[in-house]
Design a protein around this ligand. Structure first.
Ligand code: ADP
Ligand code: MG
Length: 277
């Protein structure tokens, strides 16, 4: 059980324990623009996720979904001009990207594109080590046990961990890597921007199976799933679905919202965007 102790330490982010009714993520009146340019993208986003919930954000291309994910990650290319983002009741706007990660926020797209020569196993161990104090070490054998355990959970071949990070990966392998990172890092809040490109049906299933297994194991994991396509939501049932158009949430409801979009497409909402603009 030593492994659990070490890893639990790794997950204590130094925030005060949240009260039971404190949302994991609360976004209020969020406006953001491209840094150094007068290009507004987010025009007043409000969003509240309780512990253990899965929320999906859907919306037409160019509506600001990826920008929201990047702002949550602290991407320097965007500047928040109004509003707040609170994670477990603390504003994260002044926090650097690595501090946000340390606090238990996982951004699924935020990985180095390719790191030839660095194995997935080493990359993950370094990521875990980064969460510990200078006087603490991730025990190599505990880590290996943990990694094997995580890969079993996700039905992955152990040899996958010896591959270089993203080096020549197929779309599906990138997704496997992403889900494995999530399984090892066990975030409190996972923000997954399932960008429109490269999500073939295999990749959709890898993401969906992985997310579902992790949720089964830890029902408290909170997930913000950004996706253009409804089909991912056939495999991961969201608690709440939001539609983003023109940098705002224009509709919020249950899974039926995604089904409506599947039938009607985004054309109605595009018209509305013109009305809003
Ligand atoms: P989505 O993920 O919903 O497709 P994005 O957040 O990627 O939308 O983009 C929203 C809008 O903001 C798009 O019109 C896009 O061209 C614009 N945009 C995003 N980043 C930049 C940038 N760095 N410079 C200029 N325009 C940008
Ligand atoms: Mg996008």
């Amino acid at each position: 059980m030593k492994r659990r102790i070490i890893l639990n330490k790794a997950y204590s982010p130094g925030f005060s324990a949240p009260m039971s009714d404190t949302p994991i993520l609360k976004i209020t009146g969020l406006h953001a623009k491209v840094a150094d340019e007068d290009i507004p993208i987010l025009n007043g986003v409000d969003l509240e996720l309780q512990r253990g919930e899965v929320h999906a954000i859907m919306g037409p291309n160019g509506s600001g979904k990826s920008t929201l994910a990047k702002v949550l990650a602290g991407h320097p290319g965007y500047e928040v001009t109004a509003g707040d983002v609170r994670y477990r009741d603390e504003s994260i706007l002044e926090m650097k990207p690595d501090e946000r990660a340390l606090a238990g926020i996982f951004l699924a797209f935020q990985y180095p594109a390719e790191i030839p020569g660095v194995s997935i196993a080493n990359f993950l161990r370094t990521a875990l080590q980064a969460r510990l104090g200078a006087d603490e070490d991730v025990d190599l054998f505990d880590f290996q046990d943990e990694l094997i355990d995580r890969m079993k959970l996700l039905d992955m071949e152990p040899s996958f961990a010896e591959r270089s990070v993203n080096d020549g990966f197929s779309g599906g392998e990138k997704k496997r890597n992403e889900i494995l990172q999530m399984a090892v890092l066990r975030p409190t809040l996972a923000v997954m921007d399932e960008t429109d490109s490269g999500l073939d049906i295999d990749a959709v299933k890898i993401v969906a199976n992985g997310v579902n297994k992790l949720r089964e194991e830890d029902p408290e994991m909170t997930i913000l799933l950004i996706t253009h396509y409804q089909r991912l939501l056939n495999h991961i049932e969201p608690d709440v679905v939001h539609v983003m158009v023109g940098g705002r949430i224009v509709r919020t409801g249950g899974p039926e919202v995604a089904l409506d979009l599947e039938e009607q497409g985004y054309s109605d909402w595009k018209e509305r965007e013109e009305v809003l603009a």
